[in-house]
Design a protein around this ligand. Structure first.
Ligand code: HEC
Length: 180
């Protein structure tokens, strides 16, 4: 049998197409199990990572911010205070917003800022805003004074609480001594 040039070329194209299609199929078949094998490992690693990260995060939540205050400066606290600034001013004579102005709040009695109407829940706690009390309140406002109206999730990192408490201390006519 004799094939013309064009017939041969036609076969060549068909065979080439078949080879390409075939290798795509084989390729897909090979790649599929490889992807599964690859996924399995990162998931395991990710799980142990998350567990480790969770442990540290929990440890941080338990940590007290008061002992950390000396390690930071108030400029770092100004950054953290951006999370509060939607609801609070901190400058002397600043207006009350959703929450009261916070000038001089450290060591002040709770719920006494002029012209602000506090919730009964916050007033019921009583006492002063010592560093320890601010630390507990800012960690979880709703656990510290259940039913109070500061709808803020809290600062989970002790370092963030330390910074912002330091910043509150500096926005004060008579800043109380730093904790020993
Ligand atoms: C969503 C608004 C909101 C945010 C955000 C917020 N607060 Fe408040 N805050 C309030 C309200 C409202 C009150 C009054 C609570 C009450 O009377 O129950 C309050 C009360 C307080 C008090 C008690 C003041 C006093 O005179 O007794 C302090 C201290 C305080 N906030 C600090 C902070 C800090 C620090 C942050 C940021 C880390 C922050 N708040 C974020 C709304 C907010």
């Amino acid at each position: 049998m004799h094939f013309s040039f064009w017939e041969k070329s036609g076969f060549a194209v068909l065979i080439a197409a078949w080879v390409v299609w075939g290798s795509i199929q084989v390729g897909n078949a090979l790649v599929q199990p490889t992807q599964l094998a690859e996924n399995a490992y990162p998931i395991e690693v990710a799980e142990s990572d998350t567990a480790a990260a969770g442990d540290t995060a929990e440890a941080k939540v338990e940590e007290s911010a008061v002992g950390l205050m000396a390690s930071f400066d108030s400029a770092a606290g100004a950054k953290v205070f951006k999370k509060c600034a939607g609801c609070h001013t901190v400058d002397q004579g600043g207006p009350n917003k959703v929450g009261p102005n916070l000038w001089g709040v450290v060591d002040a009695n709770k719920g006494v800022h002029d012209g602000y109407s506090y919730s009964a829940a916050l007033l019921a706690v009583g006492g002063t805003w010592s560093y320890e009390n601010l630390d507990k309140f800012l960690k979880s406002p709703k656990d510290y004074a259940p039913g109070n109206k500061m709808t803020f999730g809290g600062l989970k990192k002790a370092s963030d609480r330390a910074k912002v408490i330091l910043y509150l201390r500096d926005n004060h006519s008579n800043p109380p001594p730093l904790p020993q």
